[in-house]
Design a protein around this ligand. Structure first.
Ligand SMILES: [Mn+2]
Length: 289
């Protein structure tokens, strides 16, 4: 695994088996599909933010493409919570879809996060102390995977934070529902912000209704948070299934998960290196356009 690169990088959010949208996004990013594989411009690399599988129809096609791009050195990828769960299930002998099995040895070589000179990549949250704890840990080690299933292990908590985000309980009487009308007992925090004194309405990454503007979490409930200052390098994440009207960019955090299964839109970002993060570098693709 290289530690730095001089190339420009095209980052891509959660694909979840939506191969047609992935193909369209790559075309919009100026890659072309030819008989001998994906042809791309020089000086470009792709960065995948995890969650390649489940939900959509073509997990195997997506995995095949991402794997071949990683193996040829044209892409890098981090694990999403869906791949990590697959690895956990395989290590503990649970049933896993047979068509995904051949990809496991490769998936287990993928990192939990990537920290480059000019940017960072992680599936859900760049939580500094969790990342420090996980430095040097590999999904290839069975003993580590087993530890991530142990409620008492700090590794379980660290992996959960960085791959699934940082959550707090929502008081039952608030009856908050998400965009799909599902009542949520927990909400996923804007982990990069100082949320002390803020109402619930401003705390969650994906908006929930009704909007609660007169109550918020206690400082104690927010004590897990480690802010991500604007002086840090940009961090690219996926995971949060953002509805179309919610901005993908907040400070130095860029979330490229636009909920492809529901909204049929896959999101990418063309990052040119030390540059100000700007919405004009976002690229969205639908399968039929
Ligand atoms: Mn996810």
């Amino acid at each position: 695994m290289f530690k730095s690169f001089q190339k420009e990088i095209d980052l891509i959010g959660d694909i979840h088996g939506h191969y047609d949208e992935l193909r369209r996004l790559l075309e919009k990013m100026c890659y072309s599909f030819q008989q001998n594989g994906l042809n791309h411009l020089e000086n470009r690399k792709i960065g995948f933010l995890g969650d390649f599988i489940n939900r959509g129809p073509y997990s195997v096609k997506v995995l095949s493409l991402v794997k071949s791009l990683c193996e040829s050195g044209d892409a890098v990828a981090v694990l999403g919570n869906h791949e990590f769960r697959l690895i956990q299930n395989s290590v503990t002998g649970k049933k896993i879809p047979p068509e995904l099995e051949p990809f496991l040895p490769w998936l287990r070589t993928l990192p939990l996060f990537l920290d480059f000179e000019t940017l960072r990549m992680v599936h859900a949250a760049w939580h500094f102390s969790s990342i420090e704890l996980l430095l040097g840990k590999s999904a290839e080690e069975d003993s580590f995977i087993v530890e991530t299933l142990d409620k008492k292990s700090p590794y379980k908590q660290a992996v959960s934070r960085i791959l699934s985000g940082i959550k707090i309980r929502i008081p039952e009487e608030l009856n908050l529902i998400d965009r799909f009308g599902i009542r949520r007992p927990k909400g996923r925090l804007k982990w990069w912000k100082d949320l002390r004194g803020k109402p619930y309405n401003e705390c969650f990454i994906s908006p929930m209704t009704p909007e609660i503007c007169d109550r918020g979490p206690s400082d104690q409930e927010l004590s897990e948070l480690e802010l991500y200052p604007k002086t840090e390098k940009p961090v690219f994440i996926g995971h949060y299934c953002l509805p179309p009207h919610i901005s993908k960019i907040s400070g130095q955090v860029i979330c490229l998960d636009g909920c492809v299964t529901s909204d049929k839109t896959l999101w990418g970002y063309h990052y040119k290196g030390a540059q100000k993060i700007c919405p004009s570098y976002l690229i969205e693709a639908r399968a039929t356009e």
